[in-house]
Structures are given as C-alpha cells and as structure tokens.
Write a protein that binds this ligand. Structure first.
Ligand code: COA
Length: 205
C-alpha cells in the first residue's frame, strides 16, 4: 500500500459535518488561503481560494450541515462545503455555476434530469498538502452520499492546475463543460456516485 496513505491513516483523521465550535478554525483556514493573503510564490505553487465568507456565513453553512471536515486530533485540516441545489440560488457565489450547468449534459441527458449537489469550496491545511487527503476521503463520502445523489458537480479555475490534477486525475471527476466567471475560465466537472447503468435506470424517478 502507498506509504502516504498509511501516514494519513496514522494521524487519526476523523471526518464528518463541522460543528459550530469549529467555525473559527474553518474561518481562519479560509482566510489564510485567500488570494489577498498569499505571496506570489505561494499563489503560484499552491493556488488560492476566491470565495471570502464572513464568519456569520460560515456559521450559517455549519448550522445547515453544509460543511464537511477532516480533523486531526481536533485540528481542522480540510473542509469542503456541500451546496444542495435548492440552496444554491440563495448563495451568490454559487448562482453562476448553477445557471451555467443547467444546460450541460451527462450521458446525453441534461443535468436537470438527475439528482445532484454542488461540491463547493475545498481547502487542505498547508501542512497536510501532498498527503492525498482528498483521495482518502473520497470513498468515505461516496459511501455516505451515494444513495442521495447521482453525482456531485464542482467548478475549478483552469489555472488551478493542482486542484485540476486532484479532481480530474486523482478523484475521477469528469469534465462536462466550462464557462467564464469574471474573465476566468471555470471548468465544470462531475463525480458520478453510481455506475452508468444504474444512473440510466434512475433517471425520471
Ligand atoms: C487543491 C487542494 C485542495 C489539493 O489538495 P492537496 O492535498 O494539495 O492534493 P494532493 O496531495 O491530494 O494531490 C496533489 C497532487 O497534485 C500534484 N501537484 C502539486 N502541485 C501541482 C501543480 N502546480 N500542478 C499540477 N499538479 C500539481 C502533486 O504532485 C500531487 O500529485 P501526486 O500525488 O501524483 O504527487 C489543496 O492544494 C488546497 O487546499 N489548495 C489551496 C486552495 C485551493 O486551491 N482549493 C481548491 C479550489 S477548487
């Protein structure tokens, strides 16, 4: 087995929905990784986050069970927001993706024929990067969510080659389109949670 997977497992990583007393840690992790708070070298090697939430917005997302985290002995080392479609129209940052993706297709059917949710912002603590945190957590979340959704969608700036590498090459997200957000090309991709045949069978439920 890959030694880095062992290393990660040895850290006693625990995962699930963030709790309200973790809002501060998530807020700080986000702030540290915003474009405005990183040097040019850091931005070029690690990339950065675009969405800058207020503390209250992060608390609201946590209260709505929309933030999943990985903890190493209580320290938040990774978080990801999950945005159900019914909530996306009320979240300004997610609206452009929602609008752009509605007409995209998967297996020759428009996305609206499926049940899916948006995988929103994702960030790994700088000290835990390069240890395949996202890959390790993928199976866990598929196991927990496969019955609820047909797939997850996400958007990534095409310039964020590290994140593109992780999502497309490592996690297996499939590119279904792209759109322009404020002059930056955003690649839209999805991760199927079911086999193709099973997906075709469930369309139109
Ligand atoms: C993007 C992010 C979540 C990925 O997590 P990570 O722990 O760094 O990713 P992993 O270690 O699992 O994988 C990184 C892979 O990309 C490779 N990589 C590193 N830098 C790269 C780059 N500039 N371009 C392409 N690939 C790169 C690594 O070599 C590694 O591949 P390997 O396992 O074959 O060696 C994390 O880097 C992060 O939080 N970045 C800042 C915020 C961000 O960009 N969030 C995503 C917004 S969509």
């Amino acid at each position: 087995m890959d030694s880095s997977l062992n290393t990660m497992r040895d850290t006693n990583l625990s995962t699930w929905f963030a709790t309200s007393n973790e809002a501060e840690q998530i807020f700080e992790l986000q702030k540290k990784n915003l474009e405005k708070n990183l040097s040019l070298t850091e931005k070029q090697s690690q990339w950065f986050l675009s969405l800058d939430n207020s503390f209250e917005e992060i608390e609201d997302l946590i209260n709505d069970h929309l933030v999943i985290v990985a903890r190493d002995w209580g320290k938040i080392v990774w978080y990801r927001t999950i945005i159900p479609l019914e909530k996306a129209p009320r979240i300004d940052f997610e609206k452009p993706l929602l609008d752009a993706s509605t007409n995209m297709e998967y297996l020759w059917r428009p996305l609206k024929d499926y049940k899916y949710c948006i995988m929103g912002q994702s960030c790994v603590d700088i000290n835990y990067r390069g240890r395949k945190v996202s890959e390790i957590l993928k199976d866990l979340f598929i196991e927990k969510f496969w019955w609820k959704f047909d797939f997850w969608i996400c958007e990534i700036s095409e310039n964020n080659t590290r994140s593109m590498n992780v999502h497309i090459s490592k996690l297996g997200f499939k590119i279904i389109g792209n759109y322009d957000r404020n002059g930056t090309n955003r690649v839209v991709s999805l991760l199927p949670l079911k086999e193709n045949m099973e997906l075709m069978d469930t369309i139109g439920r």
